[in-house]
Design a protein around this ligand. Structure first.
Ligand SMILES: [Zn+2]
Length: 277
């Protein structure tokens, strides 16, 4: 988009919308955001790119290609910082298990609690705990990441277990919540998902960390990871976006709590060979 051009509106199409909410969500067809807007781009699994009004890019939870998940991680990404909630191969690019990672050695890595600044983005890490029974090999550490951008608060909980009252208090007001949800209750039970939504009360809920059937060649793997559709069935205010990118600002947040599912990035392809962790 040329500088000074009006922001595109209504570019996103919905494959299906339930409930009364009709929203016009601008489509991020370029990698540029304008004053007061941030973009969210879904890669796949729990990986997202957040772009700030100033153009800074944060990549959250890049998965290792073809490990457990049957698809590759897209090449040629150049984020300003990489945020890692916990050292599992499906969130840290395989770093903890000793895989060669694709990113530059000098890229900023944010993988711990505390306050971190990346250009016009602030990341607040809150100490949590990985959902049982996984992650014993790294002490079940998991950091909930709050991203302050364009006057909005986005929260990505990684693979945290049920949210405690203490954690919810620290999270504060959240506009967009990225929550691991799947039909097999791999990370969170349905009860824990409902409790998290009721406690955090986000304007936009973005389910993540579910099986993407069109990218998986084996019905048996990844084991115990369900699809998202069974969970979405019968819910109100669901927007199944036909894009993997949206632009958001405070002004375009939906008036009613809305569930948004993204398409995976077109750059993600099924892998020819899968590695088992
Ligand atoms: Zn995971």
């Amino acid at each position: 988009m040329a500088a000074g051009a009006p922001a595109a509106t209504g570019g996103a199409t919905e494959r299906e919308t339930r409930g009364p909410t009709e929203l016009e969500i601008p489509d991020a067809t370029t990698h540029e955001t304008q004053g007061g807007t941030a973009s969210i781009e879904y890669i796949a699994h729990a990986a997202f790119i957040i772009r700030s009004p100033g153009g800074a890019e944060l990549l959250i939870d890049p998965y290792a290609g073809a490990v457990w998940l049957g698809y590759d991680f897209p090449p040629d990404l150049t984020p300003d910082a990489i945020v890692i909630t916990h050292p599992h191969y499906d969130h840290d690019g395989g770093r903890f298990r000793g895989q060669q990672t694709w990113w530059d050695e000098d890229v900023t890595i944010i993988d711990a609690p505390g306050r971190h600044e990346v250009a016009d983005i602030t990341v607040l890490g809150i100490e949590g705990k990985h959902a049982d029974p996984y992650g014993m090999e790294f002490g079940q550490r998991n950091t909930i990441m709050i991203v302050d951008v364009a006057g909005m608060r986005l929260a990505h909980i990684g693979d945290n277990g049920p949210l405690t009252t203490e954690i919810v208090r620290e999270m504060g007001q959240v506009d967009v919540l990225m929550l691991p949800i799947d039909g097999d209750e791999h990370i969170l039970s349905n009860e824990a998902v409902e409790a998290a939504i009721a406690a955090v009360r986000p304007r936009i809920l973005v389910p993540m960390h579910y099986r993407i059937p069109e990218l998986e060649s084996s019905p048996d793997s990844p084991s115990d990871l369900g699809e998202i559709e069974p969970w979405l069935e019968g819910r109100d205010n669901v927007m199944r976006l036909d894009t993997n990118q949206i632009v958001l600002s405070r002004e375009t947040l939906p008036p009613e709590p809305t569930i948004m599912t993204f398409r995976h990035s077109p750059a993600v392809q099924p892998a020819r060979a899968r590695q088992h962790p």
